[in-house]
Write a protein that binds this ligand. Structure first.
Ligand code: PEP
Length: 248
């Protein structure tokens, strides 16, 4: 039985004031029980965010971490530093970083090792572009991304994977529940083949324009174990509605 997980990716949004307000609204709510919840503000807001949500049902995550433990890596933040300020989760390989920071699967694999060593729970993102889907290569792209990032991982229990079709992120276009389910089921088979470990317990999140009005239809799919939410995670009522949909 996989516990549903709903994670908010706040991207490069907000200020100290708005982060505090949004988190206060979340932690004062009482969503349906049984769903694990995390939000990922910017690095700079993490410390303050922890003072608001530290001991609540909302865990903290980061949007990235360095592959290195320490040293001459200007501008980078290590996984251990994130754990120190209260992070439990870290998003790795988000398509915006693959696209704009040129992150390779090899780099994401190194970040994954660093995150696990520091005790963070990684959420590894994969997903195809519109062009790749139209060309019929979506499964090949996703399986190559999984293989590139997860080679050598044997602890799938701690790992979360997010299927985020690039064409659905921030566009208002969502994969249909059937498209998403088909890819999630495929990914579960890939995970087992790549790692040689049973992936039945591994949570696979869907991400890409998840909103209160489409969440329930996604969550009833047998291989969709929750969501990675961008835009709708910035509105407390919407994020809470998505959490409640995951509990139903
Ligand atoms: C994301 O950034 O991971 C995401 C899924 O964004 P949105 O929900 O806005 O599409």
């Amino acid at each position: 039985m996989r516990q549903p997980l709903v994670v908010g990716n706040w991207k490069m949004q907000g200020s100290l004031v708005s982060v505090e307000a949004l988190l206060s609204d979340l932690v004062s709510a009482t969503p349906a029980a049984g769903v694990e919840v995390a939000v990922c503000p910017t690095f700079i807001h993490l410390g303050h965010a922890f003072t608001v949500c530290g001991h609540s049902f909302v865990a903290l995550g980061a949007q990235d971490c360095s592959h290195a433990k320490s040293g001459a890596h200007t501008g980078e933040v290590s996984a251990a530093m994130l754990a120190e300020v209260g992070c439990r989760w870290v998003i790795l390989g988000h398509s915006e970083r693959r696209q704009h920071q040129d992150e390779s699967d090899a780099l994401i694999a190194a970040k994954l090792v660093a995150a696990v060593e520091a005790g963070l729970r990684p959420i590894v993102c994969v997903g195809e572009t519109r062009q790749q889907r139209d060309a019929g290569t979506a499964q090949a792209v996703v399986s190559a991304q999984l293989a590139g990032a997860l080679q050598g991982q044997a602890n799938l229990g701690q790992l979360v994977v997010a299927y985020e079709p690039v064409w659905a992120i921030g566009t208002g276009l969502t994969a249909t529940p059937e498209q998403a389910q088909q890819m999630h089921a495929f990914m579960r088979v890939c995970l087992a083949k790549i790692t040689g470990v049973d992936a039945t317990a591994t949570r696979i999140l869907y991400g890409g324009s998840v909103k209160p009005d489409n969440a329930a239809n996604l969550f009833v799919q047998p291989d969709i174990d929750g969501a990675l939410v961008g835009g709708a995670a910035l509105v407390a009522a919407d994020f809470l509605a998505i959490i409640n949909a995951a509990a139903a």
